[in-house]
Design a binder for this molecule. Structure first.
Ligand code: MN3
Length: 208
């Protein structure tokens, strides 16, 4: 049995151009994400695990093998990443999320600057996160490899991710080469804040 499957992209591979190019999107989705799904299914099968809830799996990831951690994280992180992107994004956060961003960071421009700094500071492959702490407050962190704030291997910086930027080179190298900063800047042009607002509400409901 294969409990996890590759989600369809909700837009065409070329829909995010010129900010994220068609070839990068195609390889990233069809090869990289597909490999995380296949390797996660194989790792769970090998250890006779029958878990099908990815959220629960990540929150107890310390009980699993490195293969489950890397590929379970890879599947979760990329599924979230595709959902956050849109060719017709809502360009600014509003409502409760906007208020919480202002409280935590002063402004959404400050939040973007903090995430860029975290992205440039993440040595090698990893992710930058805006997440909701268990206290309900917003925070920014970065994680190596395919880790994320939901995993119980995080000693600090734990919570529910609502916005993630993939800063692995496979996410940007074809178009941006070594210019990770330019890719992070371009990311904001295709980030749909309406999805982040929805994720924020969902995260708050899990805490209460
Ligand atoms: Mn990736």
């Amino acid at each position: 049995m294969k409990p996890f499957t590759l989600p369809q992209l909700p837009y065409a591979y070329d829909a995010l151009e010129p900010f994220i190019d068609q070839e990068t999107m195609t390889i990233h989705h069809q090869r990289h994400h597909q490999a995380y799904v296949d390797n996660l299914n194989a790792a769970l099968e090998k250890s006779n695990e029958t878990i099908t809830d990815l959220d629960v799996l990540l929150q107890r990831i310390s009980e699993y093998s490195p293969a489950v951690r890397n590929n379970g994280g890879g599947h979760y992180n990329h599924s979230l990443f595709w959902e956050l992107l849109s060719p017709t994004p809502k360009r600014i956060p509003e409502g409760k999320l906007a208020e919480a961003i202002d409280t935590a960071f002063g402004s959404s421009e400050n939040l973007k600057a903090e995430m860029k700094k975290a992205g440039l500071g993440q040595f090698g492959s990893g992710w930058v996160w805006l997440y909701v702490k268990f206290s309900g407050a917003l925070a920014v962190s970065s994680t190596p490899n395919q880790d994320n704030p939901m995993m119980d291997i995080q000693s600090a910086n734990r919570g529910f991710p609502i916005l993630g930027i993939d800063v692995w080179e496979h996410a940007y190298y074809l178009a941006y080469q070594n210019k990770r900063a330019d890719y992070i800047e371009a990311f904001w042009s295709v980030l749909d804040w309406s999805v982040v607002e929805k994720k924020y509400e969902e995260a708050l409901s899990k805490i209460k």
